[in-house]
Design a protein around this ligand. Sequence first.
Ligand SMILES: Nc1ncnc2c1ncn2[C@@H]1O[C@H](COP(=O)(O)OP(=O)(O)OP(=O)(O)O)[C@@H](O)[C@H]1O
Ligand SMILES: [Mg+2]
Length: 324
Amino acid sequence: MNDMTTTHPVTITEKLQWLENRYWKFGEEENLDDHLHDIFEVDDDGQRTAQPRLDPLTRETRGLMVLGASGNGKTALLMRALRADAVLTEFKIDQGGNTLFITVPPEATIKKLAEIILAKTGYTKVDAKLRAADAWEIARHRFGLVGIKTLVIDECHHILRSGPGRDIPAAIQALKHIMQSEHRVALIISGVPGLKNAILAEPTGETMRRFNELPLSRIRTGSKSAAMFGRNFLKSANTLGVHVDAEDALPERILFAEYGQVGKSVELGKEILRAAITRKCAAITLENAERVFKKSKSGLDMTPFHAADWNVVKAELNAIGWGQ
Ligand SMILES: Nc1ncnc2c1ncn2[C@@H]1O[C@H](COP(=O)(O)OP(=O)(O)OP(=O)(O)O)[C@@H](O)[C@H]1O
Ligand SMILES: [Mg+2]
C-alpha cells in the first residue's frame, strides 16, 4: 500500500480527510523493516515471511524493542507497518490475521495483559480467580489456535511499573516466555526509554538479550528525516492545491519550532495546511503559519515564522536561547 495515496481530493471535506489520514514517512520505516528482516524467516527470494525466525538449538523466537520519548511516533510507525506490510496483517476476530496488536492501559498488570489477549482472541470464559500464570498459559495457547505469529505490545512500560501488588520480575519473565513456549511468537514491544531500563533491571539479563533495539529520536536539522519531512509537507501542500514558497523554508521552521519532535512537528505542519484549506487560501505565507503557531504557543515576541530570511531568524532565535 502506498502511503501517499494517489487520490485527488477536491472538496474541502475530502481534502481535510485526506490530510488527517496522511502518514508522513520519516525514515524509520526502513529501519523497522530492516529489524523485521532479522526476526522473521526469509524465503529463497530473500523475501521476509510471517514465520518468526526460530533458533534451532533453543526453539526460541526473537524480540524487538521500539523505544522513544512520548510523541516520537512509535505507535504511528507500528500501526503503519501493519497497514503497509506485505506479510504482517493485524489480527481481528472473524477476520483472522497473523499479528496481534495490544495497547497496554496505564494501570494494567501482567495478568490484565493476558486477559486483554484472551478477550482479543475471542476467549470469553475467563474466571475471575484465574492466576496470572494460568491466564498466560491459555493466552499463549490461543496464539497457536487462532494463527497469531507476532505479538505487538504497545505502551509495554506500563506492565513494568513498580507499586503494591505488582510483580516486575514475573512481568519480565512473561515477556520472555512469549518467545519460548510451545506456541511462541515473534514479540515486538514498544515504550518510553524506561522500558529498556526496567528490563535491564533483571539481574540475569536473560530477557534483554533476546531483544534487538530500535530507538526513535527527534528529527535533527539537516538529517535525512528532516529532508523527508520537508518533502512530505510540500507534497501534501501540492496535492491539496496550496502553494508554498520554497524560499520560506517552512518545513525547517516547523521542525525548529517543535524541536524536531515527530508528533508535534507533523501536527503543526498539518494544522498549517488545514488552516489554509478551511480558509480557502491559495498559498501559505509566513504570516499564516505564524498565526497558527501562536494559537498553541502565545506570548512569544519572535517565532520561527517571523517574516524574514530563515537563516537570520534562526540565528536570532538561537542567540536568545530558543530551545534551551
Ligand atoms: N509519521 C507520522 N505521520 C503522521 N502523523 C504522525 C507520524 N508520527 C506521529 N504522528 C502523529 O503524532 C502523534 C504522536 O505520535 P505517536 O502517538 O505515534 O507517538 P508515540 O511515540 O506513540 O507517543 P506515546 O509514547 O505518547 O504513545 C500522533 O497523533 C500521530 O498520529
Ligand atoms: Mg504511543
